[in-house]
Ligand binder design. Structure first.
Ligand SMILES: Nc1ncnc2c1ncn2[C@@H]1O[C@H](COP(=O)(O)OP(=O)(O)OP(=O)(O)O)[C@@H](O)[C@H]1O
Ligand SMILES: [Mg+2]
Length: 383
């Protein structure tokens, strides 16, 4: 069977989203894809929302902030790489991105300030479910439509799943444009229009009852929040629709990362099915940290052969070294068999979706050299 080529699959994509369960290697894969793009001549941005700042470390940076930061060409030189393009990285700061968006969408500076200093906004913008995903999508859209980069590679946080990204905009809009909330707060909003500062106590019975639980201050903040957002829903909706369109266009690719363990494979299949049900194809599946099979390396794999190899290498067979090495190799071979079986199961279920494997490297991937090793497996088909 001819192997599909990941470079071809990702060719011409403006957005690549790396999705998958927690800890499978999404951040690593996103950075590795961005590195390959940069080496091939693209100007690429990897956008991470990784709270552990692992990507920052992997790129030799202290922190990435909410600013696009170019990876120092010296780091490439130190890793023996000569990229034809540029690699940039950015860590998404949720609060800053929300603030930027509100400022951009507000009709006036005063409206923006009203929202930014509102306590409900301050809490909602960081705590609202789906906020992170929405802001990531927003940032991806902003970057992709700005023309500043040829491509943006999006890393996703451990807690969310691929669908959270696709539906983030709808969920956030649902909260902001909540009709039920408007009905309850209606009298207060009306009063607010007349003069919010005159409004001291909630007037309707519902509000009076509610404020007993929530505190009048909270309701006042909430009404002010809804009021401040007046007139902005259309702008948000319009933008959300455009984000949705981009993510579902051939310019975007979803790369599903998984490990070869049965549980994560199960989760990967779930993601894949859910994306498909949403009309979004998985462009590629990457099975990361696959156990290498020592038998494939063709070296000595039984105690007698290992003893001989030790002798040839001038090493002593102390403390039954050959015996223990043989046992380790057998264990590794068993693990490799298990991984192979899981991968076959995944391949059998996915059928048409191209699948790539990356072996478990000897060390954690924390620099460009490590990322490049991953690229050699993903893009060149070698190990
Ligand atoms: N092929 C590999 N071989 C060895 N180590 C790897 C490999 N891929 C990733 N790692 C290491 O595994 C750890 C987890 O990887 P990574 O942070 O990319 O996962 P993640 O999916 O982004 O995790 P989270 O869901 O917590 O954000 C890291 O320490 C990384 O260096
Ligand atoms: Mg991560």
């Amino acid at each position: 069977m001819s192997r599909p080529n990941l470079a071809e699959i990702l060719d011409g994509r403006k957005v690549v989203c790396c999705v998958g369960s927690g800890g499978v290697g999404k951040t690593t894969t996103a950075a590795a894809i961005a590195l390959q793009f940069a080496v091939d001549g693209k100007r690429v941005l990897v956008l991470t929302i990784d709270p552990a700042r692992r990507l920052a470390n992997s790129l030799g940076l202290e922190s990435l902030g909410n600013r696009e930061t170019r990876i120092d060409p010296k780091l490439f030189a130190a890793a023996g790489l000569q990229p034809k393009g540029e690699m940039w990285a950015m860590m998404l700061d949720l609060k800053l991105t929300w603030d930027e968006l509100v400022t951009k969408q507000s009709a006036s500076r005063a409206q923006a300030e009203d929202i930014l200093k509102n306590r409900i906004y301050q809490t909602l913008s960081t705590a609202m479910a789906g906020s992170l995903e929405y802001m990531a999508m927003e940032k991806v859209y902003e970057v992709a439509s700005s023309g500043r980069f040829d491509a943006v590679v999006l890393d996703t946080p451990p807690t969310s799943n691929a669908l959270d990204f696709l539906h983030a905009a709808d969920r956030i809009l649902g909260v902001l444009d909540n009709n039920a909330m408007r009905i309850i707060l209606g009298p207060m909003l009306k009063a607010s229009k007349v003069g919010f500062r005159l409004l001291a106590v909630p007037s309707s019975l519902v509000l009076k009852t509610l404020s007993r639980f929530t505190g009048a201050e909270f309701l006042k903040d909430l009404a002010a929040f809804m009021l401040a957002f007046e007139g902005m829903f259309e702008g948000f909706k319009d933008r959300a629709a455009r984000v949705n369109k981009l993510m579902r266009s051939p310019e975007a690719a979803f790369v599903l990362v998984t490990s070869p363990t049965p549980l994560t494979i199960q989760e990967a299949l779930f993601f894949h099915g859910a994306l498909k049900a949403d009309g979004v194809p998985t462009s590629a599946v990457i099975v990361n940290r696959v156990q290498r099979d020592p038998r494939r390396l063709g070296g000595p794999d039984n105690p007698a052969a290992l003893r001989e190899a030790l002798q040839l290498a001038g090493l002593k067979d102390e403390n039954e070294l050959a015996q223990r090495l043989g046992k380790t190799l057998t264990e590794q071979a068993t693990l490799a068999d298990l991984d192979r079986r899981e991968i076959a199961r995944l391949e059998g279920t996915l059928k048409a979706t191209p699948l790539f494997t990356v072996p478990r490297l000897r060390k954690d991937v924390h620099d460009l050299t490590g990322l490049w090793q991953i690229d050699n497996c993903l893009f060149a088909g070698g190990e």
